[in-house]
Design a protein. Structure first.
Length: 137
């Protein structure tokens, strides 16, 4: 083989190596974003569940108009963790229109410091206040 052919082969190998490295980094970034989106979706589902608890009468195992009413809102066992994250909640006591529930989703697949924090207010609206770790970007 001539010297020119060897240089073309080396150049081709370098270009393929760079393409593989770029592809892997794009895949990793997409994976983190997909995990963040899945946690946001799960927190939205938890918020809907909490709001249903709030508006349900105490006689039907609900909150009677407050998240801390009845026995107080707790995340159902089957919703407390999944392949995306583990979830915890903190109920802020209030009367009628002032109570809220704050949900924290701690990622299972991203770094251990990757959390999403969202709160549901008395009207059932969800506000995401904090993205930490890999999600902070």
């Amino acid at each position: 083989m001539g010297q020119q052919q060897l240089l073309l082969i080396i150049l081709g190998v370098i270009i393929v190596g760079i393409a593989i490295a770029v592809g892997l980094s794009l895949f990793a970034a997409n994976s983190v974003q997909a995990n963040k989106d899945a946690i946001i979706n799960d927190i939205n589902n938890l918020a809907a569940n909490a709001y249903q608890f709030r508006i349900r009468p105490v006689s039907m195992a609900g909150g009677g108009g407050d998240y801390s009413g009845g026995l107080g809102y707790k995340i159902p066992f089957k919703m407390s963790s999944n392949d995306n994250a583990t979830y915890t909640c903190a109920v802020t006591a209030g009367s009628g229109t002032t109570g809220s529930v704050q949900f924290t989703g701690k990622s299972v697949t991203a770094s251990q410091t990757s959390n999403v924090i969202g709160s549901v207010d008395a009207g059932g609206r969800v506000t995401f206040s904090s993205f930490t770790g890999d999600f902070a970007q």
